[in-house]
Structures are given as structure tokens and as C-alpha cells.
Ligand binder design. Structure first.
Ligand code: DQA
Length: 145
């Protein structure tokens, strides 16, 4: 895997101040710094992005699929609603690790279903911001397909 795209969905720009009891105190910029350093250490290029727009996430997933990049995707609330993201992953062939900072299964029922999981290579849930690092490790250590 020569390139990693870390794609973050709605409200993840608020990390650090958003419900710290649920999401912790690390900001998205903190997570980005860690992931960029790990990618640089492995000689892998890194795109790190956040958007509040579903369509933009769809476009970015397609782009990552075309580029053959590994994707770390925290789609935020779109995880639970977006058939469009499901289709984008399936249609583009993007290799996606789904990440959630919080344990969505220990939260409200509407967070228990994911449109991403059936088309993801793997899922990391509830391990805090460390989930991004674990996803990166999984992508970088995966045997070539
Ligand atoms: C989240 C969980 C989602 O249910 C929520 O809408 C988010 C963040 C997480 O990282 O724990 O925005 O994806």
C-alpha cells in the first residue's frame, strides 16, 4: 500500500471539545499529526481530510479507489444512514477500514447499524483515537491482494 487516505465525516472537526466523555480530548489535528508521522516513517503518502458533506465523502472514496489507496474511514453519522457511501465503496473497489472512536454498540440503537461495515475490509470500534493507528497498521501490514 503506497498511499493512505484518511477520510473523516461530519462533526469530526469538533473532536477535542465535542462530548469529551464519549470522544476523548484529542483533536482531529492531533490525530492527523500522529498518522502523518507514522506514514512518513513508512514512506507512505497520506491524504488526511474532513468534511461535513456526504457528497464530498462519496467523491473522496471514489478518488481513493481509483488511486488504489488504502482508506481509513470514519464516516461519523453517515455511517448509519448513507447508502451512497456503501455504493461508493463497492463501486470504486476502495479498500476501507471503518473506524469509530466510540463504541457505537454501547450507545443509542440508531448507531448499531452501519452501511459501511458490509463493504469494509475491517472495522475498529470503541478504542478511541488509537483506532486510526490500528487501522493504519492493518492497511500497511496487509498482504498484497
Ligand atoms: C463516530 C460514531 C458515530 O455514531 C457518530 O455519529 C460520530 C462519530 C465515532 O467515531 O465514534 O460522529 O463515528
Amino acid at each position: 500500500m503506497k498511499a493512505i487516505h484518511v477520510l473523516n465525516g461530519p462533526n469530526l472537526n469538533l473532536l477535542g471539545t465535542r462530548e469529551p466523555a464519549v470522544y476523548g480530548r484529542e483533536s482531529l489535528a492531533d490525530i492527523e499529526k500522529t498518522i502523518r508521522a507514522l506514514c512518513a516513517g513508512k514512506g507512505v503518502s497520506c491524504e488526511f481530510r474532513q468534511t461535513n458533506s456526504e457528497g464530498e465523502l462519496v467523491t473522496w472514496v471514489q478518488e481513493a479507489g481509483r488511486a488504489g489507496a488504502g482508506v481509513i474511514l470514519n464516516a461519523g453519522a453517515y455511517t448509519h444512514t448513507s447508502v451512497a457511501l456503501h455504493d461508493a465503496i463497492k463501486g470504486s473497489g476502495a479498500i476501507v477500514i471503518e473506524v469509530h472512536i466510540s463504541n457505537v454498540h454501547a450507545r443509542e440503537r440508531f448507531r448499531h447499524h452501519s452501511y459501511i461495515s458490509p463493504v469494509a475490509k475491517g472495522v475498529i470500534i470503541g478504542l478511541g483515537a488509537q483506532g486510526y493507528q490500528l487501522a493504519l497498521q492493518a492497511l500497511l501490514e496487509a498482504p498484497a491482494a
